[in-house]
Write a protein that binds this ligand. Structure first.
Ligand code: SF4
Length: 385
């Protein structure tokens, strides 16, 4: 089957011991059955802190899945101080489970082709986009059967990617436009190529952008809601003691804001912060374009699931932006450093990298309705330019 990937894909190399946020800690590292069966017969390296008879004994069972048991410091037990992997050093890459050998690569197998991409939870991937933010995505549509409803979904995704890469519009405005257009389609009798061309024409998008610019958005409501969203997304990670170095200062400030005891004039601060954030707009466009490419349309996906995934991407972006705001406040409102942006995107996308079923469950449990009103989506992304 033909495999398609964006242009950055082949440029990726794991920076291993130089990685500032290694993927070998604070994660649920799954071990597939084949690897687990092999591990049952392989002795662990001699220098392990806690010694078991076989590698498989360093895993536990969670809902029928084998997971590596992390150390008290939430690290993979095979991770050395030097940030290299004991297993790879002793046996080579072939010893690794599928999760370890794949990350940060992600494949989606559609009926006619496979799409590969890299995940933003890896700092080395963000470095690639920071250096070259205009990603070239593969032209999948030209290879798919014409006049097919599934092909139209890929065309719809392409139109959204194209809009997301328009650096003359802010990422927030683009997200609002895309969610508006997407939410309109289920009300149409049929999705057609003509309808897509009309909705994404320069005239329609300009009209939409003008209309959004004329709306009044409340910064206060956005700040309040994003403060709640971030705390809600973090609650389980906090309980499990994960990402504490990153989350503790953010959540401490977030709870002061919720209690009304922070000394900041948040609205004034936000305006300064937003100017700082603009430095990273090319990276944010690249990040969003990649999220749309890899997560908007999944195998078996349809228009409804695309709307749900767009909500998730919008929420993820709002949480990242707000997380950056809190980090910037905590750092004394100085220049927003690239390392902070990279860490925030990497950790928050790891935290929101849910399986599809979990996304639905989270949205159903956390919001009045699974499908959001456009007004709510726009509210959490307020402050456009
Ligand atoms: S997060 Fe990326 S760069 Fe860091 S160790 Fe994992 S794969 Fe390598």
């Amino acid at each position: 089957m033909q495999i398609y990937a964006p242009d950055y894909y082949k440029k990726f190399t794991c920076i291993a011991d130089k990685c500032p946020i290694t993927c070998c800690q604070e994660w649920k590292i799954a071990v597939d059955n084949d690897t687990y069966n092999r591990w049952c017969h392989i002795q662990p390296p001699k220098d392990m802190e806690s010694h078991h008879a076989a590698l498989s004994e360093y895993t536990y069972d969670r809902d029928g899945q084998h997971i590596i048991t992390l150390t008290g410091h939430k690290k993979c037990p095979f991770l050395l101080e030097s940030k290299l992997c004991r297993l790879v050093l002793a046996h080579g890459d072939s010893i690794l489970s599928e999760t370890c050998s794949m990350f940060p690569r992600e494949n989606h197998d559609f009926s006619n082709h496979t799409e590969a991409s890299l995940m933003p939870g890896c700092p080395a991937v963000l470095d690639l986009w920071q250096t070259e933010p205009l990603i070239q995505f593969p032209n999948v549509v030209s290879q798919l059967p014409a006049d097919d409803i599934d092909t139209l979904l890929f065309e719809l995704r392409d139109q959204i990617i194209h809009l997301t890469q328009d650096i003359n519009q802010s990422p927030e405005l683009i997200l609002m436009e895309c969610f508006y257009i997407l939410s309109e389609f289920p009300e149409q009798e049929q999705l057609t190529k003509a309808l897509l061309d009309d909705y994404f024409s320069v005239e329609t998008v300009t009209e939409l952008s003008t209309a959004i610019h004329q709306m009044d958005f409340s910064l206060e409501d956005m700040l309040y809601e994003c403060n709640e969203l971030l705390q809600d997304l973090a609650v389980n990670y906090q309980k499990e003691g994960l990402y504490t170095h990153f989350l503790t200062p953010l959540l401490s400030l977030a709870s002061q804001i919720s209690a009304g005891t922070s000394d900041y004039d948040l609205i004034d601060c936000w305006k300064n912060f937003h100017d700082e954030l603009k430095k990273y707009e090319p990276l944010l466009h690249a990040f969003l374009a990649n999220e749309i490419y890899s997560d908007l349309l999944l195998p078996e996906g349809n228009l409804d699931s695309m709307i749900i995934h767009m909500q998730w991407i919008g929420m993820e972006y709002a949480a990242i932006r707000y997380g950056l705001f809190l980090s910037w406040l905590n750092s004394g409102q100085t220049s927003l450093a690239y390392e902070t942006v990279r860490e925030t995107i990497a950790i928050l996308t790891r935290m929101t990298g849910y399986e599809d079923d979990d996304i639905y469950e989270y949205l159903e449990n956390s919001f009045e309705s699974l499908y959001w009103e456009w007004g709510y989506f726009a509210m959490i992304l307020a402050n456009i330019r």
